[in-house]
Each structure stands twice: as structure tokens, then as C-alpha cells.
Design a protein around this ligand. Structure first.
Ligand SMILES: *Cc1c(COP(=O)(O)O)cnc(C)c1O
Length: 430
């Protein structure tokens, strides 16, 4: 597969380049030059296939020219080490639980797929690759856990001292081996600046192969297609149109859903659900896109004022607003509505939502009330234990914390403190 840039449709680059560079120099985003359509036989047989069999077929259609079948198997096995159960919350309204991975959020899928690929290129080139990542909390954990013990890779996580939660710090700061956590004397912006400066340092880049694990990397999007096929397979025996409701921030998940649809998955409609950071729902309604500063909400992983994957969505619809608006409906919910969904669903059904999934749930509920023949699936993007303070307050009871999280209290962090200048980082990375 070759990739083009959303800012240059004639560019063609390799998988290696797309994965290791992350973003084209022209500021666009990489997209596959064509989206293959899967055979009808495969689509019909979906309900009989396992999650990893589905992952393999989807990955094979996209990357079959780049990787052997054995490599593709290994890649999907490494990515799908945890399940994604579908749970019916209300009649015909299902939760697709994407939070059973090591850091309890859907981002584990993308991070694990990317980690395998970077390890693959490191082996091929017999060169160690250093992944530099600045984190305000969650990304560092997902990336560190995904790259842990992958030969040929080394991860350096930069995080602001005292500004991430203890649990988050432990998810990337206790691993050791090829994972180093640097506790920076500064803010998240300082961490991001240091990473940028390191990438701009040509001498350092001659000595060390630097790569990023940024969320806009196309390798993080591909495995997110897998769970649309899987989720669809779990509800399709009802023979009704299937709607996916996607709680969104940077719109990576929604873009992956649109790509799955292009590959032949018969999704009836998408719901683009946001908190009050509603740039995309507004665009769907009015045709005008006005990015702005983000506002803080309780679904904070979706507090995005200028969604990066919007360029990919536009590319998929040839920059045509009316075309895009046929395929999806935008929804926007306030914190108050989100809180009341947490309470309502728990008291009626006993199901515990997290604040992000709750927004997907609300959109699905509204759509279904107006389109009664549909079944819907909302993406439950994080485990409620990740947002314990908010959720427990609303449901009035304690959430069971998964063992792999509660165990962290017994492990000491192994972070190294550094100052906030490039010299400190450079010394360390060398
Ligand atoms: C990142 C994140 C989202 C937003 O996903 P996008 O692909 O950026 O739209 C939603 N929920 C949770 C829990 C997240 O971590």
C-alpha cells in the first residue's frame, strides 16, 4: 500500500515512511492511496469469525503487499490481546467495550499495532529506534505499555512533574526495560516543546533514530477498523440496519469507521457525538468549520477544539459537505446531560458508563427514538474506573477497579527527573 498526504494527493510514499514519519512535512495527514473492498464472502461470514481472524483479513486487504501472511498474523495477535465484548444496555442499544486493554482505553489498540510495526522496521534495518513522546497523562501509558519489551525499540516518555495522576504516572513509570520515564521540571507544553526541539536537532537525529507515536499516525487508525467489523458481526443477526455512535474528540475513531464502511461494511449511519467541543457537529449542521480553543469538560479526552482527523474525513468525501452529512448526524451534549446519563443508565440497568461512552450512549438513544427499526452500537472508549471521581459521584457506589490497576499501588516508579532544557533531554537520549 502506498500513502498520500491530505495536502498533496499526488504524493506516494511507503508504509515504512508513513509509520516512521507519522506526519507529512506539508502538514497534511497520510491516507492509503486506495481503500480495498472486501469480498462478499468475508462479509457474510463475519459472525462465524474470531476477533483476530477479522483483524487479519482487514489488515491483509490493506497491507498484504507489505507484510507476509505470517507477519500479518503476528501483528494482529500482538494487537488483539484483549477482547471487545458487545453488551446490550437497552433493547437494541449496545455498548462495544473497547477498554479491556492494559491502559483501559481504546487507544491501546492503535498503540499496540503501531508498536509492532516500529519493531518490525527496527529488525529489518538492524537499528534501534527511539520513540519520543510527551504526555499529559494517558498517551504515555498506552505507548509505554504497547512498546514494552519490543526488541529494537526504546521509548522515552516526557511528563510534567506533579501534573499527572499517580495511576497514570505508574502506567508508564514502573515498567523499566526499554521504557524510560522522564519527569520534567515544567508543564506539558514544556514537554511538547522538548520533543519538537529534539526532532529539529539534526545532529541528534544523526546519532539516534527518532520517531514519534503521535495519535495522527495512520498505523493507529488501521486497527480501529477491526472493531467496527467485529461489533457489527455481534449484532447483525437481528437483520436490522446497524448504526454506530462514536464519542469523538480528534475523530480518529469515526474516521476508522468511515474507512471500514468503504471497505464494504454495511453501516447504515454514523453518529458523530461530542461534548460541548462541537466543531464537527456544527460543521455537519451548517457547512462551516470553525476550529477554536477547547473547553474543559468531564469527558476530557474529547476536549478538542481543532480535530486533527477532520482533514481525513474531508478527503474521504472529496471535501464535500453535503456528501459527508448524508452519512452521519452530529450530536452535542453538556456535562449535565452526561452526568444524568451516568445516573439514569446505572439506576435503570446497573450498567456503568464512563463520561465518554455516555455521550455515545445519549446520541444512540436519541437516534433510536426517531428510527425505531435500527440497532445501534456505541463505542465505550474507556473503563469507568479511569474516571472514578466523576462516575462514583453520580452512581453513588464504588466501582470495582480492575486488578491490573490496583496492583500498581505496590510498584515503585522508576522515573528520572530532568530539567526543562533541550540539553538535559539530548544528554539523556544519547
Ligand atoms: C481519545 C479518546 C476519545 C476520542 O477519540 P478520537 O478518536 O480522538 O475521536 C474518546 N474517548 C476516550 C476515552 C479517549 O481516550
Amino acid at each position: 500500500m502506498k500513502f498520500y498526504s491530505t495536502n498533496n494527493s499526488t504524493l506516494r510514499i511507503s508504509l515504512r515512511e508513513a509509520v516512521l514519519h507519522g506526519q507529512p512535512a506539508d502538514g497534511g495527514l497520510y491516507m492509503p492511496e486506495r481503500i480495498p473492498v472486501l469480498p462478499q464472502d468475508f462479509l457474510r461470514s463475519l459472525p462465524t469469525l474470531s476477533f483476530s481472524e477479522i483483524g487479519f483479513e482487514v489488515a491483509h486487504a490493506l497491507l498484504g503487499d507489505d507484510l507476509s501472511n505470517a507477519e500479518l498474523h503476528d501483528l494482529t495477535e500482538h494487537t488483539l490481546t484483549f477482547p471487545a465484548p458487545v453488551v446490550e444496555v437497552d433493547p437494541g442499544l449496545h455498548s462495544l467495550e473497547l477498554f479491556h486493554g492494559p491502559t483501559l482505553a481504546f487507544k491501546d489498540f492503535g498503540a499496540r499495532f503501531l508498536a509492532w510495526l516500529v519493531g518490525y522496521f527496527a529488525r529489518q534495518e538492524r537499528r534501534e529506534m527511539t520513540i519520543l513522546v510527551a504526555t499529559s497523562g494517558d498517551t504515555g501509558g498506552a505507548v509505554a505499555q504497547a512498546f514494552f519489551q519490543i526488541p529494537g525499540t526504546r521509548v522515552v516518555v516526557l511528563y510534567p512533574r506533579g501534573r499527572v495522576s499517580l495511576l497514570q504516572e505508574k502506567q508508564f513509570g514502573t515498567l523499566g526495560a526499554n521504557i524510560t520515564a522522564l519527569e520534567v521540571d515544567g508543564s506539558f507544553d514544556d514537554c511538547q516543546r522538548l520533543v519538537k526541539q529534539a526532532f529539529a536537532d539534526t545532529q541528534l537525529r544523526q546519532e539516534v533514530f527518532l520517531t514519534s507515536a503521535n495519535s495522527i499516525n495512520i498505523a493507529r487508525l488501521i486497527p480501529q477498523m477491526f472493531y467496527y467489523f467485529w461489533g457489527y458481526a455481534q449484532v447483525q443477526e437481528q437483520k436490522q440496519p446497524v448504526v454506530f455512535s462514536v464519542p469523538s474528540g480528534n475523530f480518529g475513531n469515526l474516521t476508522a469507521g468511515l474507512m471500514a464502511q468503504r471497505m464494504g461494511l454495511p453501516v447504515h449511519h454514523f453518529l458523530a457525538a461530542t461534548n460541548t467541543n462541537d466543531v464537527v457537529p456544527e460543521y455537519l449542521r451548517t457547512g462551516s468549520f470553525s476550529p477554536r480553543a477547547s473547553k474543559a469538560t468531564i469527558s476530557n479526552a474529547m476536549d478538542v477544539g481543532n480535530p486533527s482527523n477532520f482533514a481525513r474525513m474531508l478527503a474521504l468525501f472529496n471535501q464535500d459537505h453535503a456528501n459527508m452529512a448524508q452519512y452521519m448526524t452530529g450530536y452535542r451534549f453538556t456535562d449535565e446531560q452526561t452526568r444524568s446519563a451516568l445516573r439514569d443508565v446505572y439506576s435503570r440497568t446497573g450498567y456503568v458508563l464512563d463520561p465518554h461512552g455516555a455521550i455515545g450512549y445519549l446520541a444512540a438513544l436519541d437516534y433510536q427514538s426517531k428510527n425505531k427499526n435500527c440497532v445501534s452500537v456505541f463505542l465505550e472508549t474507556a473503563h469507568p474506573a479511569k474516571f472514578r471521581e466523576v462516575v462514583e459521584l453520580e452512581i453513588g457506589s464504588e466501582i470495582a477497579v480492575p486488578e491490573r490497576l490496583s496492583d500498581y499501588q505496590f510498584i515503585e516508579k522508576k522515573s528520572t527527573a530532568i530539567g526543562n532544557s533541550l540539553n538535559h533531554l539530548r544528554e539523556f537520549v544519547r
